[in-house]
Design a protein around this ligand. Structure first.
Ligand SMILES: [Mg+2]
Length: 202
């Protein structure tokens, strides 16, 4: 179970996922969570730099699709700004709608990452769908609705268990991104990859 809650990679922001970085990781498609990943929950606009980042990835040939548990109207309007395909009411952490989307859009699962801010939705769903899982630090999580905030406490516990024997504080703000050796992603499938500083296989 712990493996299913473990992202392959942790970053502070999607902006760290540059074209070079994605190529290094062997990724050419991203499923992107929306709220607290690309934008604040309470706002319609993306965070500074994210629109340019989307454009740069697209020009670089990275295929993108939004995957959100939000309602179709709101997520659809957001997707329209960037002319991106989207899945609303995705029912994460269930993997079925993502698996279907990956197949329908012709993405290769071993070259596709689910990128999101929630362990119990995005990481778990990505793992269950057999994708690479990338966890970002949530943008202003205090703006989320109460039922989403309920998951933050257990998330901190899970993250603390992965931080060098729990010596670091279980505070997302204090976490440093896990830097993967470039060679790690050359080994399919993702489920067999080994990442530092976690011990053993995840
Ligand atoms: Mg989110």
């Amino acid at each position: 179970m712990l493996k299913l809650l473990t992202p392959h990679l942790r970053v502070e922001s999607v902006l760290e996922l540059t074209l070079d970085r994605l190529r290094e990781l062997g990724l050419d498609s991203l499923l992107l969570d929306v709220d607290c990943t690309l934008k604040r929950y309470s706002q319609n606009d993306v965070e500074p730099g994210v629109a340019d980042w989307i454009e740069e990835l697209r020009r670089g040939g990275i295929k993108l699709c939004l995957v959100s548990n939000g309602l179709a109207g709101r997520i659809g309007r957001f997707a329209q700004q960037f002319d991106l395909p989207f899945i609303a009411r995705a029912c994460k952490p269930l993997p079925f709608r993502m698996t279907a989307a990956v197949r329908k859009m012709g993405f290769r699962p071993d070259r596709t990452a689910m990128v999101g801010d929630q362990i119990f939705a995005d990481v778990l769903a990505g793992r269950l769908a057999g994708l690479v899982s990338i966890l970002v630090r949530p943008i202003r999580p205090e703006e989320e609705p109460w039922y989403a905030r309920l998951k933050r406490g257990p998330e901190r516990l899970v993250l603390r268990g992965k931080e060098e024997g729990g010596r670091r504080k279980a505070d997302f703000r204090l976490l440093t991104p896990i830097r993967l050796p470039p060679s790690a992603f050359r080994l399919p499938p993702p489920s067999l990859l080994t990442f530092q500083p976690l011990s053993g296989r995840i």
